[in-house]
Design a protein around this ligand. Structure first.
Ligand code: HEM
Length: 344
């Protein structure tokens, strides 16, 4: 074997951190996600509906998501921020992109979206390349999202506790700055208020998850009084200041069971123009500073027994990996909201 062919191959899913201070070792234990061999990308679809008929629409979507070629995991919720219009939503993940394509192209799914007089609804599809993704957990939990996929496991995470750690956990960031791509042409309009748009290259999507199921009463009281209000304020800021923050869309979601009853978990689902925009908000803005400070105080107070389980997943999406369809929605709904330098 030649010397050249003997060189060890770079594992495209192995993070190669570049930003940790020399000798860095975290003060606390967190975990990042490892995937089953061969898994390269995951499809996440978010369906939402508002107004009369929204619940029935979401119920039907859930039925289809459990049907042939359906999703591996299905989660439901109602949007708390923005509160208007009242919106029900469902978030589904496939670890088989081919099955997802068959599902999305099936007559039953097309019938749901194009059917007679559906309520106002939208559907955002993101193909998350695992080379461009990171999933980070405060505890070894499988509460939502990527963490629930079969064959995934938690591994101790040294890449935490410094700014740039999230970027370091994304394997592709070792060779790519993941800069924001140019804006894509505006939405393609169909009939009946139907608008379809492709996201610009390197849109960054984040889902954070906050779960207090079974938390001791004092942990929950602390979370509700100290953390939740600043989290909500942060989301409201992002929603209200898209050009300042580069946040294209954000939704603060009360998660429910599949029948629509509240469970002890919320999530924030947000899209930013780029990873750099997301990092800048997290690093520089007083609203995330307040979230960060209250969370660190909670961790210090309750230590390893903390009953509030925190998790987030971040992906940077190359061009063509993310699109949205909005029917009967406001012109700035979801990815339709243009956040670029010209609009700022
Ligand atoms: C209850 C909710 C939240 C809590 C408790 C929380 C807490 C934290 C903490 C403790 C860190 C530092 C972790 C480390 O040392 O690597 C952090 C980093 C970060 N947070 Fe939050 N956060 C929350 C919500 C959010 C939301 C809603 C977003 C975005 C929409 C966000 C974006 C980020 C990002 C991107 C980083 C990583 C920055 C970097 O590594 O450079 N966080 N957060």
């Amino acid at each position: 074997m030649s010397e050249r062919s003997a060189a060890p191959a770079v594992d495209p899913l192995e993070p190669r951190p570049r930003r940790a201070p020399p000798g860095h070792w975290p003060d606390f234990t967190t975990y990042f996600l490892r995937y089953p061999p061969g898994l390269q990308e995951v499809v996440r679809v978010t369906f939402a509906a508002s107004g009369p008929g929204a619940c029935a629409f979401v119920d039907r979507a859930i039925e289809l998501l459990h049907g042939p070629d359906g999703a591996r995991t299905v989660e439901r919720g109602r949007v708390l921020v923005p509160a208007d219009p009242e919106t029900q939503l469902v978030i589904a993940y496939w670890d088989d992109p081919v099955a997802h394509r068959r599902w999305a192209g099936s007559a039953a799914v097309e019938g749901l979206l194009d059917g007679p007089a559906p309520p106002a609804h939208w559907c955002e599809t993101a193909v998350l390349p695992l080379t461009h993704s990171e999933a980070h957990f405060g505890q070894r939990t499988r509460q939502t999202g990527l963490g629930r996929l079969e064959g995934t496991r938690h591994e101790f995470c040294p890449m935490v506790g410094y700014w740039g750690a999230a970027r370091d956990r994304i394997p592709a960031s070792a060779d790519d700055e993941l800069e924001p791509g140019a804006m894509v042409p505006g939405p393609i309009a169909g009939g009946s208020g139907d608008q379809w748009i492709v996201a610009p290259a390197n849109l960054c999507t984040i889902r954070t998850s906050q779960d207090w199921h079974g938390a001791p009463a004092d942990h929950l009281a602390w979370y509700r009084e100290q953390v939740e209000p600043v989290l909500r304020a942060g989301v409201e800021h992002l929603h209200g200041a898209p050009h300042e923050s580069g946040c294209v869309a954000v939704r603060y979601v009360q998660e429910t069971d599949l029948e629509g009853a509240d469970v002890d978990r919320t999530c924030v689902l947000a899209h930013f123009r780029s990873l750099g925009h997301l990092e800048a908000w997290a690093r520089d803005h007083p609203t995330h500073h307040a979230i960060f400070a209250s969370a660190m105080e909670m961790v210090r107070r309750f230590g390893d027994d903390l009953g509030i389980r925190l998790f987030h997943e971040v992906s940077v999406l190359p061009l063509g990996r993310c699109h949205g369809r909005y029917v009967g929605c406001a012109d700035d709904a979801g990815l339709l909201r243009r956040v670029d330098d010209e609009a700022a």
